[in-house]
Write a protein that binds this ligand. Structure first.
Ligand code: 0GY
Length: 308
């Protein structure tokens, strides 16, 4: 992968899969990849000084090529922490997408109104609050609440990223946030635990507490303990993640989203073939009706309510 001069990848960084297979699962028409990122390219959009990792480049054109190869119609580009609150790479992707991408930004508490308006016009529909300690320094909760007041006129939602062990300490605060919440990667359950056990039950209970808490049933490659697809031709593995995702899709079919998480930052065990990831979808959403809600109806309602 190309790197901008002056940016050395984090040691051990796994680059995205350059030649993904074509999925066997045919995505429904209009499917949205509701969680993906762009990284740089660093020469054009430098990585943020406060970043916790330096990735390989992953450009908008490479993202759009993957979209077309896998059979998605649209993308939701989520601001990655390696770009901090500099949303230029993400915005550049939205503007180049011909209306086929919308975004989730990260902004400073004192972001000028003018900038919020500019983000909205480019297609941003949410802000991301990240509580994962290895990715960001903690932000004061009052700053986050103040920011929610600032985005209210735009009707944006708040994407939240946290790990399961931190949910008890965050639960009341998150439920006090006066905006729809979208939880990344099922709140990162420990998939060596029982999907019917108390930890995941606490997550489902969090979703039950408000009708506007959504969930991305994403990242089997990140959550798996049993590992990637076997080499024996079995395409859809990540078996240990399936019962967790099925519980969420089964109970909240109108509040779930799915995305590739390309280019898959910070993976340590393996880099997934994105074609195989798409083949995971029918294992967690077994009927065409559930697949349509997960991949088309739900993300369209959240990100393109204007599409009619
Ligand atoms: C993800 C997951 C991760 C990273 C980020 O913005 C990011 O840096 O989101 C992670 O390291 O778990 O959603 O891409």
């Amino acid at each position: 992968m190309t790197m901008a001069p002056g940016f050395e990848k984090t040691p051990g960084w796994l680059d995205w899969y350059a030649d993904p297979s074509r999925p066997r699962f045919r995505l429904p028409e209009g499917a949205v990849d509701a969680h993906c990122h762009v990284f740089g390219p660093g020469a054009e959009f430098p990585y943020a000084p406060e970043r916790k990792y330096t990735p390989c480049d992953a450009s908008k054109d490479q993202l759009f090529a993957l979209r077309d190869h896998l059979g998605f119609a649209r993308n939701i580009v989520v601001q990655a922490t390696c770009h901090g609150t500099d949303n230029r790479a993400m915005l550049d992707a939205l503007r180049a997408s011909g209306g086929r991408a919308r975004g989730v930004a990260t902004v400073r508490p004192d972001v000028p109104d003018e900038e919020l308006r500019e983000l909205h016009e480019a297609g941003v529909r949410g802000v991301r609050f990240n509580f994962v300690k290895r990715l960001v320094d903690a932000a004061p909760r009052q700053d986050l609440l103040d920011l929610v007041g600032r985005i209210a006129p735009y009707g944006w939602h708040v994407v939240v990223y946290f790990e399961a062990a931190d949910l008890p300490g965050l639960r009341e605060f998150l439920l006090s946030v006066p905006a729809p919440l979208v939880v990344d990667h099922m709140g990162r359950p420990d998939t060596s635990e029982d999907p019917d056990g108390p930890e995941f039950e606490a997550f489902l209970d969090f979703m039950r507490a408000r009708p506007d808490v959504w969930c991305k049933v994403t990242c089997p490659e990140r959550l798996t303990v049993s590992g990637p697809p076997a080499l024996d031709g079995e395409r859809a593995a990540y078996r240990d993640v399936v019962p967790f995702a099925r519980r969420v899709v089964g109970e909240f079919p109108d509040r779930v989203l799915w995305g590739t998480d390309w280019p898959h930052p910070n993976l340590v065990s393996h880099m997934p073939d994105d074609g195989l990831l798409v083949d995971f979808i029918p294992h967690i959403a077994p009927s065409p009706d559930l697949q349509h809600r997960l991949l088309v109806a739900n993300p369209m309602r959240l990100y393109w309510p204007d599409a009619g």
